[in-house]
Design a protein around this ligand. Structure first.
Ligand code: FAD
Length: 818
């Protein structure tokens, strides 16, 4: 007798199971029960229909009940909800949506593909009619109707997962003001924080007000709209609220029928997708799956796994013995101008499992172009790879960028699925022609860099190294012109080409973290340092570009200057039609190419002439504003045109563009060794540090005496150096007043009065300065001249050349010479 298979749920898993089963078994009786009005629709396309990107509603309806019946001879019953599974009688109780009457339907085999539903927590006021979730076609209809009929102009999206992000983008696309509220400190939880920072910046640049680390405490009516009250006390008013704060498995039926269900409500299945009842299979969002990487149980609600599982269940129902080997969670999302993609585990998950970086896993981050830089339109992507310390296993990968992100994540996902490690990534032979990739594809590059890390050629700093490695020397090996666009706070600057000659400026006993634009020159610098006896050298991953993006809030002063919008290239709305006498196309050039080209071209231009520069590198839009500000040139406009960023720059001219925050650092050159002058410089430094300003004190010539240890330190010196050392004051306690010293009496009196009046001594001020993070830099050139050795200096002093001082001076608005 023909087997009767009943499937509950007619979309991803259910519909794919029905179609496959029919292809395998022409005799089976297949009944598909769906409580909604539609089957097999593209729920993944719903956000784009709300934003009118997918204009045709019918395009989303991939299959009608009639067509499915005709093609596959499946008895499709929409608006038929299963309300009970009766395992003892092998029947399901079904309620007809239109009449409310119920009936029993028997089965030989049952498939549960009931999916999941959006979570609606009991937040006060959540039942307001303007608070919607997007899950089904009717949901999309209702949201579109609300926006159109009520002329809604603003929306709050609650939840920064992939549906929330897609909704934020599409509501902006539909012309609404959008706020996005996320309880975590990042959107897109499957990727790590630093990678999400790339998205945060872009989301804000696209006009979305982003509230991170803040949850909703209540909703309240506000006219016809909703007032969204946040836990921080902030309130946002909007005409519409979209809730997308997670999903829960639709497993009530399974639970009520006594099937095994995990703590999160996921139906427990074996590798053949059979539940604890051998006559019942379950697939899709409703089941728990095996984590492909760690082989334990998890829940991953995604369309790809649901469809594949539907197919596997069908195979097994038809007599096969197929297995589902687990989910990697491979997913991709478009977030405005960027694409974010992930496969496998992220670093947060590894840490949660008690794994330690360097011991149990390694992490690398690189920046690469999507295709050959010399072919127009190349844009950078940032790739992060997590792998085992023997390189044999890929734990996971994340990519944020523009073109080509999807194919790279898929390539890594395939390698991971097939058991390949980092060597496999390096060896993959991938299709290449300039419009599509580079001869060394970004995925190959991941393999190369990972191999270098495992081979001990290079170490990689964590993205937050400037905080987590406070004692490290930050070394920036970019060219001076690049620092005009953005400089790493507190970094010593020695261009790569000068590094071999200036190694003496660096302290071998300290850890050195090397920065360049994207990481390539930093790697070369690290190799030079390592081969010259510097043992603790790390490369900052992704370079200054990644640092800038991951610290974008702190480095906002370097963001592009916003100026009047231009209607088209070469014309600003509020100016006398400046004409570009020079046009340069930096499209496809990777950082720092565009800014270098601007610098070189500018040198051949006359003051007042205008240059139009276009670049595909999104970082250029930020760099050019800061570069103009620092070089005294005028940014007339800076805007996105198609895929390119086009800036209009006038040579020289007007004062700094409006709307910029000046750099806030303070630098003090302490040249004097007079007690009163040194006191003054430390008082100023401590005051600025107390205001939260970064302060660098650069001690040169007589100022170096301040930093000498009070006691004699045994070091090998020449005769002249010894004599110099004897004549120079030994440390702050030995300094004298510049006037009225009176053979030491005046200095002694001054110290006494300071004590009586409770004024800090110089030693106390130095100590406070160090604790407040004031950077004390001893000039290596003066040390050399004066025969002062590093061992003779007090603790907490950095050694640096004039480059170090100038690098900090670039970031300062006060620069004193004392
Ligand atoms: P579903 O496809 O949700 O189907 C379950 C069906 O069961 C529903 O139609 C429901 O009405 C029906 N049902 C439930 N209970 C009963 C009952 N008692 N009786 C009868 N019928 C019942 N995934 C991706 O991988 N990429 C994406 O870009 C993506 N975008 C998405 C965008 C949106 C807006 C949504 C909502 C989901 C998106 N997903 C995406 C997730 C993906 O759609 C789901 O993972 C997938 O559809 C799950 O398949 P499923 O068969 O388990 O459940």
């Amino acid at each position: 007798m023909a087997k009767k298979v009943v499937i509950i749920g007619g979309v991803a898993g259910g519909a794919s199971c029905a179609a496959r089963l029919r292809r395998l078994d022409e005799t089976a009786e297949i009944v598909l029960l769906e409580r909604g009005a539609y089957i097999s629709y593209a729920n993944c396309g719903l956000p784009y229909h709300v934003g009118d990107v997918i204009k045709s509603r019918s395009a989303l309806l991939l299959q009608t009940p009639e067509a499915m019946n005709q093609k596959f001879h499946v008895d499709v019953r929409v608006k038929n909800e299963v309300v009970a599974i009766n395992r003892d009688t092998k029947t399901v109780t079904v309620r007809r949506g239109e009449t409310g009457e119920t009936y029993e339907e028997s089965y030989d085999t049952l498939v549960i593909s009931t999916g999941s539903s959006p979570v609606r927590p009991p937040i006060p006021g959540i039942d307001h009619a303007r608070i919607q979730s997007l899950w089904t076609v009717p949901d999309a209809d209702a949201i579109r109707a609300l926006i159109a009929e009520k002329h809604i102009a603003s929306a709050v999206v609650v939840g920064g997962g992939f549906i929330g992000l897609e909704m934020a983008e599409n509501l902006r696309h539909a012309g609404l003001q959008v706020s996005l509220v996320e309880m975590l400190d990042q959107v897109m939880a499957p990727i790590d924080f630093e990678m999400a920072q790339l998205l945060h910046q872009n989301i804000r640049e696209n006009g979305v007000a982003l509230y991170l680390g803040d949850g909703v405490s209540a909703f309240a009516p506000d006219g016809e709209g909703v007032s969204v009250q946040l836990k921080s006390g902030k309130t946002i008013s909007a005409g519409l609220v979209i809730l997308s704060i997670g999903v829960r498995a639709n497993s009530e039926l399974a639970k009520a029928a006594g099937l095994a269900v995990n703590a999160r409500g996921g139906v427990v299945v074996d590798e053949h997708l059979r539940t604890s009842d051998p006559s019942i299979y379950a697939v899709g969002d409703v089941i728990e799956v095996t984590d492909f990487v760690f082989k334990d149980k998890t829940m991953i609600p995604l369309a790809g796994p649901a469809n594949k599982q539907g197919r596997i269940a069908a195979d097994n129902i038809a007599g096969g013995s197929e297995t589902y080997d687990g989910s990697q969670g491979t997913s991709v999302v478009q977030v405005f101008d960027l694409t974010a993609a992930v496969t496998g585990a992220n670093e947060k998950a590894l840490i949660r499992r008690g794994m330690a970086r360097g011991k149990d896993y390694e992490a690398i981050t690189i920046t690469q172009n999507g295709h050959a830089g010399y072919y127009p339109g190349a844009t950078p992507m940032t790739l992060k790879l997590l792998f085992s310390t023997d390189g044999s296993k890929i734990f996971g990968a994340q990519i944020v960028g523009r073109e080509g992100v999807d194919k790279r994540i898929d390539t890594i996902a395939v390698t991971q699925r097939l058991g390949g490690g980092v060597k496999a990534l390096a060896e993959l032979e991938l299709a290449y022609a300039p419009p599509f990739s580079s001869a060394k594809d970004p995925v190959n590059m991941l393999g190369f860099v990972a191999g270098n890390v495992l081979g001990g050629l290079v170490g990689v700093a964590p993205w937050d190294a400037t905080v987590s490695h406070p004692d490290a020397t930050l070394l920036d090996v970019r060219e001076a012109v690049e620092l005009m666009a953005f400089s790493i706070p507190g970094a010593v600057h020695i261009p790569l080409g000068q590094l071999r000659d200036r190694l003496g400026e660096l302290d071998k006993s300290k850890e050195i973290i090397v920065f360049c634009a994207i990481g390539v020159r930093a790697y070369n610098a690290a190799r030079i340092l390592k081969q010259h006896g510097f043992e603790r050298v790390l490369v900052y991953p992704g370079g200054a570009r990644f640092y800038q993006a991951t610290h974008y809030e702190e480095t906002a002063a370097d963001a592009a200057t916003q100026t009047a919008a231009v209607a088209d290239s070469g014309h600003t709305a509020d100016m006398d039609e400046p004409k570009a006498s020079m046009r340069i196309d930096c499209s496809g050039m990777q950082c720092p190419g565009p800014i270098m080209k601007v610098f070189q071209t500018m040198q051949s231009m006359k003051p007042g002439e205008v240059m139009e520069v276009s670049a595909s590198d999104p970082g250029f839009a930020r760099d050019i504003g800061a570069w103009c500000r620092r070089t005294g040139n005028t940014l007339l406009s800076n805007e996105k045109q198609g895929d390119d960023y086009v800036a209009l720059v006038r040579k020289g001219g007007v004062p700094a563009p409006v709307g910029k925050e000046a750099p806030e650092g303070k630098t003090i050159v302490v040249f004097s060794g007079d007690m009163d002058k040194v006191l003054a410089s430390f008082i100023i430094a401590n005051g600025a540090a107390a205001m939260g300003r970064p302060v660098t004190m650069f001690f040169t010539f007589w100022g170096l005496t301040v930093l000498r240890r009070p006691n004699k330190v045994k070091v090998k010196k020449s005769l002249v150096e010894k004599m110099f050392g004897m004549m120079l004051p030994r440390g702050s306690g030995k300094l004298k007043l510049s006037r009225l010293n009176m053979a030491g009496m005046g200095t002694g009196m001054m110290k006494m009065i300071m004590k009586q009046k409770n004024v800090d001594t110089l030693e106390m001020l130095i100590d406070k300065a160090k604790k407040a993070g004031v950077k004390l830099v001893a000039c290596t050139m003066s040390m050399d001249v004066m025969g002062i050795h590093a061992e003779e200096l007090i603790d907490g002093v950095e050694l640096g050349g004039v480059g170090a001082y100038l690098g900090d001076a670039e970031e300062s608005n006060v620069n004193l010479f004392i």
